[in-house]
Design a protein around this ligand. Structure first.
Ligand code: F6R
Length: 240
């Protein structure tokens, strides 16, 4: 694991964007793995700037999102489908057919998970962006998830629902389930960049890097991956 500790969220976003921009320059038909949540918002703004300045084009780029809530439909403002279009896809030249987000259609969940997994297994993610949950989840692989899992339907941890309550009006509105890439899918990526900022991530970042590799802290599996870059700000890295 390569650890990069920078001053603040802005610097973390800047450095992560540089890796992605270099990757796309080097390989215009790159396949990205993308995350949602608060962490990558500024990163996506920086990618949009690079696109607007004609530094890079996304016309041959493909992307797979890590996860999607179940129980709210795609048009709900907090769906990850909406998030990705709002924060990135509507502002760059990515082709619709190159965008993969798990389909949360309630009638065909198991089938959709299988389809998403098949698509993932036919492809190969060059660069996966990850955030980390305060409980150590990556994607929505909650503590206790076997490392061998591929795309599946997950019941969200109480901690995750509380953490994500800030995006909803109340805890009861936060979805209870999601569809997520499994750890096995994530570990197949050629390179992984995990970003974290803020003091509330300090303990989990320490455990992920220095604790034992255990399914109780899913992100610890990254210690076993040959090409992981962890980019943290001073607060998230304060226990290192
Ligand atoms: C999002 C995802 C999650 C988040 C994590 C951190 O697609 O898979 O693992 O990366 O919950 O979320 P934030 O960035 O909001 O702290």
């Amino acid at each position: 694991m390569k650890i990069i500790k920078l001053k603040d969220y802005e610097a973390v976003s800047q450095r992560a964007s540089e890796f992605i921009i270099e990757q796309i320059k080097h390989k215009p038909n790159t396949t990205l793995g993308l995350a949602t949540g608060s962490t990558p918002v500024r990163l996506y703004e920086k990618l949009i700037e690079a696109y607007e300045h004609k530094e890079i084009s996304f016309k041959d780029v493909k992307s797979y999102n890590l996860d999607e809530y179940i129980g709210i439909n795609r048009n709900h403002p907090q769906s990850y489908y909406q998030y990705m279009h709002k924060h990135l896809f509507s502002k760059i030249d990515m082709k619709d057919e190159h965008i993969y987000i798990p389909n949360n259609d309630i009638d065909q969940l198991e089938e959709n998970a299988k389809k998403y997994n098949n698509a993932l297994n036919k492809s190969f993610i060059d660069l996966q962006i990850l955030g980390i949950g305060s409980n150590g989840h990556i994607g929505f692989n909650e503590p206790g998830t076997p490392f061998g899992k591929e795309t599946f339907i997950v019941e969200l941890d109480e901690q995750t629902r509380k953490d994500n309550m800030r995006f909803f009006n109340s805890l009861s509105e936060v979805p209870k389930y999601a569809i997520t890439m499994g750890i096995k899918n994530i570990m197949r990526s050629k390179c992984i960049i995990l970003m974290a900022s803020g003091i509330e991530k300090a303990d989990v970042i320490y455990e992920m890097i220095h604790g034992s590799v255990t399914e109780d802290l899913p992100a610890s599996v990254l210690q076993l991956h040959p090409n992981v870059i962890v980019i943290v700000d001073e607060q998230a890295g304060s226990k290192l």
